[in-house]
Design a protein around this ligand. Structure first.
Ligand code: XIL
Length: 385
């Protein structure tokens, strides 16, 4: 069951008739608990929460979860479970966490998150199987200039990658809605990133990864995930050509994830057009790591100006509207709860304030903007819980 989405035409919002349509596209695979619709899950889910409102328009809204905070910080935990209908492990399914010592798996933190999701009627995005970053030390070393190397031979590396994908996907079999099978394989100029995977295995590792993952869990939706593909340009075009080619070869790929880490200094991308053209290949699409950073007053998460704040609000609105406008955009995930737990200040100097809640876990205006966009999309007036 899925309701038609709001159409935005020339600045006029036309709410399409709220007719229920059956849709195979929107049906989550690989999870037996997905019939439990987010908003109807429990009386503890407020009717004006993001998840309840998104449920009205057949969209899943997700959050990246820091498992050190889940269950430890009550406010954080309440927000995760009341506001979101999918979760993504921010770090605990990455290779350096799941296999810090060669041959010794550490599934416990991810298992706990998956169990929590089940209790709270949430689906899980698995993140991520093949990446150049956050690899264990026994597998790869990265030099100061960013170049990567491994001591493993080609044959050994291929066997290690196959075993990693097979074991991890099997471990979570039936519990993962979407897997980010390959993450960030391209450079901004559209060439393939010179990771240990490309160096030793050649570009064939891309198709292999999807085939191995599909064998291990045939029901999971398998995604390619990347950043800066929201803008049409060399990178987005290269990813488009790659996924089109994989589809043509019959490789089991089901979706493309647009990370959507935006910054108010770079302008808003032609995101909707990009979601649309990838969807037209017969793929699902998702916004997988949304955050909108801006320049902040030193050492704070306060935008430098009112202009920066209003630009952020406009960007948030447009990211969600782009997904709402594309039927095959099946989930919208934000990369963290509060500004105080965002990765942005640690990585982008002088920037922050990238999320929906402030340092004190109070919802920011960005949050209200998303609520309103969802309400408009559902064509219903706000009903307070
Ligand atoms: C980030 C996490 O948020 C940080 O906690 C971690 O230290 C580094 O990774 N693209 C991705 C995510 O696909 O996995 C990254 O997450 C952010 C960029």
């Amino acid at each position: 069951m899925r309701f038609s989405r709001t159409l935005l035409l020339g600045g006029i919002t036309l709410t399409a008739a709220l007719t229920a349509t059956s849709s195979a596209v929107a049906t989550p695979a690989g999870a037996d608990h997905h019939h439990h619709r987010g908003g109807h899950h429990s009386s503890s889910v407020p009717r004006d929460s993001l998840r309840a409102l998104a449920d009205e328009v057949g969209l899943r809204v997700g959050v990246a979860v820091n498992t050190d905070l889940l269950g430890e910080n009550a406010t954080y935990t309440r927000i995760v479970n009341q506001q979101f209908s999918t979760v993504t492990p921010e770090n605990v399914m990455k290779w350096e966490v799941v296999e810090p010592t060669r041959g010794k798996y550490n599934w416990a933190p991810a298992d706990e998150l998956v169990a929590s999701a089940r209790r709270n009627g949430q689906l899980v995005r698995g993140h991520t199987l093949v990446w150049h970053s956050q690899l264990p030390k026994w597998l790869a070393t990265t030099a100061a200039d960013g170049s990567q190397s491994t001591t493993l031979s080609k044959a050994e590396l291929r066997a290690v990658l196959k075993r990693h994908i097979t074991d991890q996907v099997r471990h979570f079999r039936g519990k993962i809605w979407q897997w980010d099978v390959v993450n960030e394989a391209f450079n901004d100029d559209g060439t393939l990133r010179n990771s240990i995977w490309l160096q030793k295995l050649g570009r064939g590792y891309l198709a292999d990864a999807f085939r191995w993952a599909h064998e291990a869990d045939p029901k999971a939706q398998l995604f390619y995930n990347d950043y800066n593909i929201e803008f049409t340009g060399p990178k987005s075009n290269a990813v488009y050509a790659m996924v089109k080619d994989l589809k043509r070869q019959g490789v089991p790929i089901h979706g493309v994830g647009f990370q959507t880490h935006l910054d108010t200094q770079y302008g808003f991308p032609d995101l909707r057009a990009n979601l649309q053209r990838f969807a037209a290949l017969g793929l699902n699409v998702a916004e997988t790591e949304v955050d909108v950073r801006t320049f902040v007053k030193e050492g704070t998460n306060e935008p430098v100006s009112g202009l920066a704040q209003s630009a952020q609000e406009a960007y948030w609105s447009q990211t969600l509207q782009a997904c709402l406008a594309v039927r095959r955009c099946i989930s919208y995930t934000v990369w963290g709860v509060a500004d105080s737990n965002s990765w942005i200040p640690g990585v982008f100097k002088g920037e922050g304030a990238a999320l929906l809640y402030n340092d004190a876990y109070q919802p920011k205006r960005q949050y209200g903007v998303l609520q309103q966009d969802l309400e408009l999309a559902a064509g219903a007036p706000r009903r307070r819980s």
